[in-house]
Design a protein around this ligand. Structure first.
Ligand SMILES: NC(=O)C1=CN([C@@H]2O[C@H](COP(=O)(O)OP(=O)(O)OC[C@H]3O[C@@H](n4cnc5c(N)ncnc54)[C@H](O)[C@@H]3O)[C@@H](O)[C@H]2O)C=CC1
Ligand SMILES: CC(C)CC(=O)C(=O)O
Ligand SMILES: [Mg+2]
Length: 356
């Protein structure tokens, strides 16, 4: 078994180092090979996703990814910007199904900005379609407007689009996931305004008929954003498009205490997966040794479960994370009075120790 390790930029290198430490402590037989990606790869090779990195990712059984991006690259032409690396990996590997579980650990109930009773016991799963929608739709660009409110003015445009097979396959993923949980799917759309999402809703409804045992609810995205903070436990599986899923999952991360707690798995149809925290490269705290590595460590657990067939090892990591939280160890983002503040590496070391 081979794991491609792509730390990336900013806190990416710090948090991936901790996840690697945890994986190595498991004493399982797999090979890990690292490569540059994002801004780091642009600096070294002139491209955020060099051919050699893509080749390594394609050949690996699973990919452990940190994060990419830094403000200093924001003026580059878009194809050279670090974020194109993660978009390129998702597209090239066909990683259409993004699982973002938002679980509020008992010990972190007080770390959320929401009232404890709203989030105690929270366990919801956001399933985000990851290779379509306005993030990938063509055409896009800048031009001089020939119509609209200001003909002759400079304008920019992107294209929101979804095909039937793209919606059908993510719908099946969501219904099948719900079957293993509380059997409820909330499909989030904007069908009242957007044709793309009327189509999304229609196809979701059709696929839902194949799963009579699963309750299907439709919700507009603006209402979903509100309900997520009003009554988050009313959700079970939330399925939505690429952009809405990106936004709603960051919102849901705060239900768990911090974005530093939200892992993710991005799978293709052969169960090859890329595993990364849901957050970005956090340039504001990079290099300080204070980032929370738990989302990345929990992503490594998802990797063991989904791509490497190592359920017991996945559970060992998850139990170790709960143990360090129960010991009162907290990085700054989840710190509260009465707990012990630790840095990134100390947190990683504590998880290794807690593996037992
Ligand atoms: N998959 C990826 O590689 C992603 C990359 N990005 C990129 O990351 C860069 C920064 O983007 P932002 O919008 O600031 O989002 P971000 O997720 O990097 O940071 C948002 C806020 O959360 C905090 N934060 C994030 N992860 C944390 C952790 N593990 N521990 C403690 N605090 C944490 C940051 O300090 C910051 O205040 C940009 O270049 C963006 O494009 C953003 C999202 C995903
Ligand atoms: C940099 C973006 C393409 C990714 C993002 O925000 C995400 O996947 O959550
Ligand atoms: Mg995001």
């Amino acid at each position: 078994m081979k794991i491609a390790v792509l730390p990336g930029d900013g806190i990416g290198t710090e948090i991936v180092a901790e996840a690697v430490k945890v994986l190595q402590a498991l004493d399982l037989k797999f090979e890990m090979e690292s490569a540059l990606v994002g801004g780091a790869a642009y600096d070294a090779h002139g491209h955020p996703l060099p051919e050699s990195t893509l080749k390594l990712a394609k050949e690996a059984d699973a990919i452990l990814f940190g994060a990419v991006g830094d403000w200093k690259y924001d003026k580059l032409d878009r194809p050279l910007r670090p974020e194109q690396a993660i978009l390129g990996l998702r597209k090239n590997l066909g990683l259409f199904a993004n699982f973002r579980p938002a679980i509020c650990y008992e010990q972190l109930v007080g770390a959320s900005s929401l009232k404890p009773e709203l989030i105690a016991g929270l366990d919801i799963l956001i399933i985000r379609e990851l290779t379509g929608d306005i993030y990938f739709g063509q055409p896009r660009g800048r031009r001089v407007a020939t119509d609209g409110h200001f003909p002759g003015a400079e304008e920019a445009f992107d294209t929101m689009r979804y095909s039937r097979p793209e919606i059908e396959r993510i719908a099946h993923v969501a219904f099948q996931a719900a079957r293993k949980r509380s059997k409820k799917v909330t499909s989030v759309d904007k069908a009242n305004v957007l044709e793309t999402f009327q189509f999304w809703k229609d196809v979701m409804t059709e696929v839902g008929q194949q799963y009579p045992d699963v309750e299907l609810q439709h919700m507009y995205v603006d209402n979903a954003a509100m309900q997520l903070v009003k009554a988050p436990k009313a959700f079970d599986v939330v399925v939505t498009g690429n952009m809405f899923g990106d936004i709603l999952s960051d919102e849901a991360s705060m239900l768990t205490g911090s974005i530093g707690m939200l892992p993710s798995a991005s799978l293709n149809s052969s169960n090859q997966g890329l595993y990364e925290p849901s957050h970005g490269s956090a340039p504001d705290i990079a290099g300080k040794g204070i980032a929370n590595p738990l989302a990345t460590i929990l992503s490594a657990a998802m990797m063991l479960r989904f791509s490497l067939n190592q359920e017991a090892a996945a559970q060992r990591i998850e139990a170790a994370v709960q143990k360090v939280l129960a010991q009162g160890l907290r990085t700054g983002d989840i710190y509260s009075e009465g707990t012990t503040k630790v840095g990134t590496a100390q947190m990683g070391d504590a998880v290794v120790k807690a593996l037992g």
